[in-house]
Design a protein around this ligand. Structure first.
Ligand SMILES: *Cc1c(COP(=O)(O)O)cnc(C)c1O
Length: 477
């Protein structure tokens, strides 16, 4: 690093480093990345991102072009989500949109022991928000068949915590199972009690408006539902923009006010921020603005049509794969499957990766067995038949191998461990035991994830969290 390296060599080195990553394009990575398959839109997004890489959203009066782009993106979203009086902010991602929604609700309410009421399926970003902002999360069980939020049980939780509830949240759709919560029924309860209701449409917000336009059945979820006070929509998912862009919309300026932060109480410039970042690159915003202009409303309708047709083809094809079935009927572009116990999803995931497909394993939760999550986007559509045959082969191979058996003693030991009592050396030992590293404290991502995942899956969530934090800590030393 000490000697200057010529730019072409630097770039060649980056290409080489990147070759070890999951592919971001081509439609075979069914999580983390979103590919429209439109090379022109990608190119425009990258160029805009580069053009604005050095501009600073810290001060919109110094960079008015950023304000223009933000206002135009918000105006489009407001129109799509039917919130004529809504206001919005561009954030760095779904998590930041959710953090700000929770912080805003907490600060507006000014209660001493703030609580949020959410279904158990709400995205973990709400857990993080509760953790950061001291808002206690009350998670309410969902319907065991549909995996949708249970409005009656949520209303009971609202009453039980009367006077403390600063926010209620639901998903459209949920990440884990791809189903839309009954937003209207929950809204009836929050409205009656004068509570804020956030709809997490991070992953569905740029799909569902066009699904409806295309004549598909879409349960009510946006600002047309009386009582919805805020909505998060990620552009770096189904708007197919470069990473680092989401929208947080509030139904009125009043509801948003507590989101903004100012400090004049120091000798420097008055810090005035709408988001958690202060200095922020204009790159992602410009990239998003450019991609949204390039694809346009009609373009998105076509992409959504392609994607949802692909979901239909996948669902129909899955019916023909023995040992695999849907966890819930998908309401959007996410498909989640589980096995009948003759094989395990972790082995299937490894076998799929060997065939060039990344499908995301999800650990067991409460009464639900582990599952596989498939995020479909437009670029995957032409390859759905190939995806189905790869799945079919992987399942057959996984059934032949049989499900991974975790030693009973190990399972019992895992259940008995209190992660709070473990020291660094104990974590080194446990990570080695889990297959994530040597006893000396060095760690590595293993070739075969299935045995590691199967072991982590039997660990109670608190131990799993602690182990993975220890793993990340060592990976990043
Ligand atoms: C992706 C997602 C989030 C979190 O968004 P990030 O952009 O990963 O921070 C929140 N909620 C849902 C439903 C999501 O799909």
């Amino acid at each position: 690093m000490s000697q200057p390296v010529p730019p072409d060599q630097v770039l060649a080195h980056l290409e080489e480093l990147r070759s070890g990553d999951l592919p971001t394009h081509g439609g075979r990575t069914l999580a983390y990345v979103y590919d429209s398959g439109l090379a022109e839109a990608d190119e425009v997004g990258r160029r805009a991102l580069a053009m604005y890489a050095s501009s600073n959203g810290l001060d919109p009066t110094a960079f008015p072009s950023l304000l223009t782009m933000e206002r135009e993106l918000v105006a489009l979203a407001r129109d799509l989500l039917h919130g004529p009086g809504a206001v919005g902010t561009v954030t760095s991602g779904g998590t930041e949109s959710i953090l700000l929604a929770v912080q805003t609700a907490r600060d507006a309410a000014r209660v001493s022991d703030p609580v949020m009421i959410v279904p158990t399926t709400i995205h973990a970003a709400f857990h993080k928000a509760g953790h950061y902002f001291g808002v206690r999360r009350v998670a309410v069980d969902v319907d065991p068949v549909t995996q949708r939020a249970d409005p009656v049980a949520m209303a009971e939780a609202m009453d039980e915590h009367e006077g403390q509830v600063v926010l209620v949240a639901v998903s459209a759709p949920s990440y884990a199972h791809g189903v839309i919560d009954p937003v209207d029924e929950v809204a009836a309860e929050t409205l009656r009690r004068g509570l804020r209701l956030h709809v997490d449409a991070c992953i569905g917000g740029w799909v569902l408006p066009w699904a409806e336009e295309l004549g598909r059945d879409v349960a009510p979820w946006d600002f047309r539902v009386d009582g919805v006070t805020s909505v998060s929509v990620d552009l770096h998912k189904y708007a197919y923009t470069p990473k680092g862009v989401s929208l947080l919309l509030h139904a009125t300026p009043d509801l948003r006010r507590a989101q903004f932060f100012a400090s004049a109480d120091w000798p420097g410039y008055t810090m005035l921020n709408s988001t958690t970042q202060s200095t922020k690159s204009g790159g992602p915003l410009a990239g998003a603005w450019a991609v949204v202009q390039t694809i346009g409303r009609d373009g998105y309708r076509d992409l959504v049509a392609t994607t949802l047709d692909a979901v239909d083809t996948l669902v129909a094809g899955l019916a023909g794969i023995e040992h695999l079935h849907l966890v819930a009927s998908p309401d959007s572009s996410l498909v989640t499957v589980e096995t009948d116990g003759t094989c395990d999803v972790f082995t299937i995931s490894d076998l799929m990766l060997r065939r060039g497909w990344f499908v995301q394993p999800q650990m067991s939760f409460a009464d639900l067995p582990p599952s596989l999550h498939l995020t479909l986007c437009a670029a995957t559509a032409p390859s759905v038949p190939a995806l189905l045959s790869a799945l079919s082969e992987a399942v057959a191979e996984a059934v032949a191998a049989g499900p991974i058996q975790v030693d009973e003693g190990l399972r019992a030991a895992a259940e008995a461990i209190d992660p709070a009592t473990l020291d660094d050396a104990a974590f080194d030992g446990l990570l080695a035991l889990a297959g994530l590293g040597g006893d000396g404290g060095e760690v590595a991502v293993p070739e075969q994830m299935a045995p590691v995942n199967a072991l982590l899956d039997v660990a109670p969530p608190a131990l799993r969290e602690a182990l993975l934090v220890a793993f990340l800590d060592r990976l990043s030393r």
